[in-house]
Design a protein around this ligand. Structure first.
Ligand code: HEM
Length: 472
């Protein structure tokens, strides 16, 4: 008996380790062999379903194996806060996900591993995204949305079924382009816009089957490299024209050309500038484009929510075009945006790698471990979100928000690497939703099927959102 107790203690002592900070910790649970093996195939067929099953079977932290790579999947607000905020210095982006897309992002802000090179870039670019700058971009958002709505009026009748995902994708692209390059970007801008759409499709196809690296010269990967070279050339031409012209421009490109890092006193090299422009287009297009599509879907499916939305935009705006200050008055509109970003969070997964050994929530994380941050599942954690699949903007009333841990909801990430475009995106989504609601009632056509989220780089509405736009 005594021996058994001693043996038990030995077994537990072997699996509990004391980490460098002197804390004892349990090993991260390992799944059964079958669950570990089926990961790669299940991820191809039904990635979200497989991950949800792993959480249901093993809890808020578990090792998973994806495409042969072992990762600890996290699904608790405290764990996210630990990795992204409290001990963020111990985690970088040297992970499979960011290595796979490195040929596109090329050391720009999104996929930069971390450390001093990332800090320099972030310090240099951050001032371009402060509140007064975003306020300036609000006019691009209202102008472009007004133009789209005028076109809709000519083009669509109340019985037409419109693929709003295509329409709103173009709108999101125009807003990013105009904010970066100004209104006078002209015909060249259109060519680059089309190329970017093509590049995005190649990148999405890669994510459906990420076994052939982007560096392998398949015909589509060669085309992607060609598009990136053309886009670099386009940015180089604009920079050369600006430097030669000497005029000031009120756009992001000018802000970044002249931006200086307060700490080092240096700016971005021309090569770095090319990369950052592409990173901003990538970061700012896919995510917002999908979000506005999902907004049409959630609003269309919930007429009672749409009634309250109409009442708010009518009383706050009284028929005029919204300004940046109105965004803070459109409180219910923003609650709809928040709840939509909870259920259909565009950046639905991210990854980190541990530098040194650490303990997360009592579990030992070995050095150089890949962590899989499952934001999609976090936003449905039943402990913090009762009836998680139900769409209910009232979850975002100030009283309800105060009841939840802050890291139960992180559509823009958190900590030092929080999305640089967060305020830009929230302003854009609120303005677009308010302006569409001023003019139209969104109606889901009879017999329209449920739209399934397709988990690619971002969470796409599979097949697009199709609605009828009925003039109010
Ligand atoms: C609904 C819209 C958006 C969502 C949901 C979103 C989400 C995110 C998330 C979750 C991250 C952090 C990823 C991580 O920690 O691994 C991030 C980073 C980033 N986002 Fe966004 N984003 C949105 C819009 C934008 C816009 C409009 C821009 C630019 C105009 C942008 C540019 C970036 C950049 C450059 C980063 C990297 C920041 C860094 O690491 O320092 N995003 N975004």
């Amino acid at each position: 008996m005594t021996n058994r107790i001693i043996d038990d203690r030995r077994v537990r002592a072997a699996s509990r380790t004391v980490n460098s900070r002197g804390r004892t910790a349990e090993p991260v649970p390992r799944p059964r062999l079958w669950d570990e093996l089926r990961g790669t195939f299940a991820m191809r067929r039904d990635q979200v379903g497989f991950l949800n099953q792993m959480i249901a079977d093993y809890g808020d932290i578990v090792w998973i194996r994806v495409l042969g790579i072992r990762m600890a999947m996290l699904n608790h607000p405290d764990y996210f806060e630990h990795v992204l905020v409290r001990n963020h210095e111990n985690y970088d982006k040297n992970t499979f996900l960011f290595r796979a897309i490195a040929p596109i992002l090329r050391g720009g802000l999104i996929g930069n591993v971390g450390g001093e090179p990332w800090r320099h870039q972030r310090r240099t670019m951050q001032p371009s995204f402060h509140r007064p700058q975003v306020a300036g971009f609000a006019e691009n958002m209202t102008d472009e949305t007004s133009m789209m709505l005028r076109r809709w009026e000519r083009q669509y009748g109340p019985s037409d079924v419109v693929n709003v995902s295509t329409e709103l994708g173009q709108l999101a692209m125009r807003i990013v382009f105009r904010s970066l390059f100004g209104a006078k970007v002209g015909a060249r801008g259109k060519v680059i816009e089309d190329m970017f759409f093509e590049a995005n499709q190649i990148a999405c196809a890669f994510f459906r089957f990420p076994l052939i690296p982007l560096t392998w010269p398949t015909p589509s990967h060669r085309r992607l490299a060609e598009i990136i070279r053309t886009m670099d050339g386009f940015v180089a031409d604009i920079i050369a024209e600006r430097v030669a012209g000497g005029e000031q421009h009120d756009d992001l490109l000018d802000a970044m050309i002249y931006a200086v890092d307060d700490v080092t006193g240096t700016g971005l090299s021309e090569e770095q500038l090319h990369r950052e422009v592409l990173n901003l287009i990538i970061g700012g297009y896919e995510t917002t484009s999908n979000s506005v599509s999902w907004l049409m879907y959630t609003v269309g499916r919930h007429p009672e929510v749409q009634e309250r939305l109409h009442a708010e935009v009518d009383s706050v705006l009284g028929g005029r075009v919204p300004t940046f200050d109105d965004v803070f008055r459109l409180k219910y509109t923003r609650m709809i945006v928040d709840e939509t970003l909870r259920l259909y969070t565009p950046a639905w997964q991210t990854m980190r790698s541990s530098i040194e050994e650490d303990v997360i929530g009592g579990y030992r994380i070995p050095p150089k471990s890949d962590l899989y941050l499952n934001i999609y599942a976090l936003h449905r954690h039943p402990e913090f979100w009762p009836d998680p699949e139900v769409f209910d903007p009232d979850r975002f009333s100030p009283e309800e928000v105060a009841k939840r841990p802050r890291h139960a909801y992180i559509p823009f990430g958190s900590g030092p690497r929080v999305c640089i475009g967060k305020h830009f995106a929230l302003t854009e989504l609120t303005i677009i939703l308010a302006m569409i609601a001023q003019a139209y009632r969104v109606v889901i056509p009879d017999g329209h099927r449920e739209v399934r989220p397709e988990p690619l780089i971002t969470l796409h509405p599979a097949g697009g959102v199709h609605v009828r736009m009925v003039r109010r």
